[in-house]
Write a protein that binds this ligand. Structure first.
Ligand SMILES: Cc1cc2nc3c(=O)[nH]c(=O)nc-3n(C[C@H](O)[C@H](O)[C@H](O)COP(=O)(O)OP(=O)(O)OC[C@H]3O[C@@H](n4cnc5c(N)ncnc54)[C@H](O)[C@@H]3O)c2cc1C
Ligand code: FES
Length: 342
């Protein structure tokens, strides 16, 4: 039975229990959100002992060398002493701009504090945003690397703590902390003639908006199709910007898709294509015409991302050509039962 030590807390893990579950059971407070390895909020450092390889997979080399690992994925065989990851991975930032993009989506722009010469990100990657009280959630980056501010698109979730705060309570000038950049869902210029298919629902548009503009900035030559889905037309935020970009860029097709709802803005925008995002994604892949060479980017609702991934693979896109970010939300914490803190 592995013993995990964190500050004054010492906890004997139960068989199969993760470091995160065990420490929470023993009363520790560790930042966390998805609990399945997607958001990386629970990054901690091993001060003694070896975390499992599964809990370090995909972390950048410098982080691995510092002993960082994901507490929600770690079921250690040996004792561990851990610490929260501090200044080495986090940096202070300030909320500098807030704008409502739709009834349920707010654009949040952040300025990193101090010297940002060592900050670089690829649009489509994500950051972990932490409030003063430690609440941490992941948000994708819509901004290009050279742009001075980090841009996030935040969907308000009913009962959601961070998204409600970002919609209703946060003020310009408020301090937050940023960890990242994280994730591999971004454009690389190694196949400039490859067709690109970008598919997302809701704020899944945030990384895709970044990826599309980055591809164009890097003079991508292949055709690009961007499918953005929403339940009804009010969810098709940034339709004006996307319509303008598509009209000015012959290689870019923008498909705004909803299942129903009246389209009051059809005169000024690309008309809405009715139907499911899945059907539009399949149709666009067929139109692009070279599934085996197509790079596919899928972002947003985890179930939809899973279905899209499967559909794209079955339609001939190799798994290595599919990049995705599933916006996994927080799982409820493990129930607090008996504690075995020593
Ligand atoms: C890689 C990644 C990228 C992401 N990018 C974006 C992005 O660009 N834009 C975006 O809007 N979101 C994004 N997300 C999602 C985001 O991180 C948050 O999960 C989301 O904003 C909700 O957080 P919250 O604190 O508001 O909600 P939470 O408080 O975490 O609640 C989430 C949902 O679960 C329910 N819930 C909470 N606690 C319980 C409980 N105990 N029992 C049952 N139900 C419960 C809530 O009612 C709510 O519906 C991303 C996630 C990941 C992993
Ligand atoms: S990666 Fe561990 S809580 Fe999300």
């Amino acid at each position: 039975m592995a013993i995990v030590r964190f500050g004054d807390i010492s906890c004997a893990l139960e068989p199969g229990e993760t470091v995160l579950d065990g420490l929470e059971r023993a009363g520790a407070s560790i930042p966390s959100s998805c609990r399945v390895g997607a958001c990386r909020s629970c990054l901690v450092q091993a001060r003694a002992g070896a975390p499992t390889e599964a809990s370090r997979r995909g972390l950048r080399e410098t982080w691995r060398q510092r002993g960082y690992f994901l507490a929600c994925l770690c079921r250690p065989q040996e004792d561990l002493e851990i610490a929260l990851v501090g200044a080495a991975a986090e940096r202070p930032a300030t909320v500098v701009e807030l704008a409502r993009l739709s009834p349920s989506v707010t654009r949040v722009r952040l300025a990193l504090s101090g010297d940002r010469s060592d900050w670089t990100h690829e649009p489509g990657q994500f950051i972990n945003l932490a409030r003063a009280d430690g609440l941490t959630r992941s948000y994708s980056l819509a901004s290009l690397a050279g742009e001075p501010l980090l841009e996030l698109h935040v969907r308000r979730m009913l009962g959601g703590r961070m998204s409600t705060w970002l919609h209703e309570q946060v003020r310009v000038g408020d301090a937050v902390r940023v960890r990242g950049p994280l994730g591999e869902c971004f454009y690389t210029p190694d196949a400039p003639d490859a067709p690109l298919l970008l598919v997302g629902v809701g704020t899944g548009l945030a990384p895709l908006w970044g990826v599309a503009r980055e591809a164009l900035r890097q003079a991508h030559r292949g055709p690009i199709a961007l499918v953005h889905g929403a339940r009804d037309p009010s969810g098709l935020y940034m339709r004006g910007e996307l319509t303008s970009l598509a009209r000015a860029t012959p290689q870019l097709r923008y498909i705004a898709s909803t299942l129903d709802g009246d389209d009051d803005d059809a005169a000024d925008h690309e008309p809405i294509a009715r139907g499911t995002v899945l059907d539009h994604a399949r149709a666009e892949l067929a139109r692009l015409g070279a599934a085996a060479d197509t790079r596919v980017f899928l972002c947003g609702d985890p179930e939809l991302v899973k279905s899209l991934k499967r559909a794209m693979f079955l339609a001939g896109v190799p798994l290595r050509g599919i990049l995705s970010d599933a916006f996994v939300t927080a799982a409820p914490p493990a129930p607090a039962t008996t504690t075995n803190s020593a």
